[in-house]
Design a protein around this ligand. Sequence first.
Ligand SMILES: [Zn+2]
Ligand SMILES: [Zn+2]
Ligand SMILES: [Zn+2]
Length: 173
Amino acid sequence: MDPASGFLPAKHNHRRCVEDALKTAEDVCRRRGQRLTEQRRQVLELVWQAHMPMRAYDLLDKLKKVHRAAAPPTIYRALDFLIANGLIHRIESLNAFVGCGDPEHAHAGQFLVCQDCHAVAEMADPGVATLLKKKASQHGFFALRQTVEIFGLCPACAENHGGDHTAMSAAAK
Ligand SMILES: [Zn+2]
Ligand SMILES: [Zn+2]
Ligand SMILES: [Zn+2]
């Protein structure tokens, strides 16, 4: 199965994405004997607000609207739990977090990050992960963890650039 969560059109039933993510999180936690506390659930819901990477401080500001006493450790502890359970991923280069569409299967994600609108899609292609691990081992390097982040334009933003490939390929040089 391909756990990829591709770019969705701007107008889609996003409530459904959020509901599915929360339901999956509950199932995953129950099966693993982990507790998805109210606070962890709220942070997960905030991360899933959009298919955009969310920074810890933005999440904190939003959480404060519900829990006035929320402090940075509240957010960091919840984020650590969500990462450990594969419910969210950290986009290292942006120091921000996105929800994972397939927390049931351990995987190394490859992230497509739109530099215009900041939308993120995840590929989670095991072939890519295996190839990188193999290439690294050719350098005598034993890869334990990998984060692949690819920057460019999402389908909607590529279209907004009017298919101006000359400008785009010039920018790529
Ligand atoms: Zn959505
Ligand atoms: Zn994932
Ligand atoms: Zn975009």
